[in-house]
Design a protein around this ligand. Structure first.
Ligand code: GLN
Length: 200
């Protein structure tokens, strides 16, 4: 509901960045606004200043990798994470967070893992949220092929991990920004609120 405080809010409004080089950043912005956060599109390193958390959206991971290199965002993004600021990667954003890309979570993503024929599908995914499973939309989605011991796998589809968390980093291989179920973003804002309290 618009106007309601963001979950975990400490009184002050949270400001959440959405990496806006390419992909599905506008839809994320709409959900975060709906949940009461202030939203800033991130295109250059200075846009990360004073953010409480960051969403890395779905899109195309090769294009996003090139954009991050072009804008010199790799090191600033790693520093943002090292400072304890929460990061939420969805679909291509999950790929960007893995060991072989930004190295923000100890997973290896397998791109387009559900096969070329199965480009897009919906599945019930239970990541342990109140209210039960979410109807998740997968679009040429990756899965998590390997993960380290500190990574908590939150959900699987057909035996393949599709959602995970390690500390302040949350990743899902589907598109929680499409549709009207805002619970995964609510979870992320709770992680952001907790990180803010811990840093206060
Ligand atoms: N298949 C895309 C990639 O590998 C990800 C798809 C998506 O973000 N919807 O980058």
């Amino acid at each position: 509901m618009s106007g309601s405080p963001a979950p975990g809010a400490t009184g002050e409004q949270m400001t959440i960045g959405v990496l806006a080089l390419q992909g599905d950043f506008e839809a994320h912005g709409r959900v975060l606004t709906r949940l009461g956060a202030a939203v800033r599109q991130v295109r250059v390193p200075g846009d990360l200043d004073d953010l409480d958390g960051l969403v890395i959206p779905g899109g195309e991971s090769t294009t996003m990798t090139l954009g991050i290199e072009r804008e010199g965002l790799g090191e600033p993004l790693r520093a943002f994470h090292a400072a304890g600021k929460p990061i939420f990667g969805t679909c291509a954003g999950l790929i960007m967070c893995d060991r072989e890309h930004l190295g923000l979570i100890d997973i290896r993503a397998e791109r387009n893992a559900f096969g070329r024929q199965v480009r897009s599908f919906e599945a019930q995914v239970d990541i342990g949220l109140p209210g039960g499973p979410i109807e998740a939309l997968f679009i040429r989605a990756p899965w998590i092929a390997e993960h380290g011991p500190e990574v908590e796998i939150l959900a699987e589809v057909d035996g393949h991990a599709v959602a995970a968390r390690e500390g302040s980093v949350l990743v899902v291989s589907f598109h929680p920004e499409l549709g009207s179920d805002d619970r995964v973003h609510e979870l992320f804002l709770r992680i952001v609120g907790d990180a803010r309290l811990a840093a206060a």
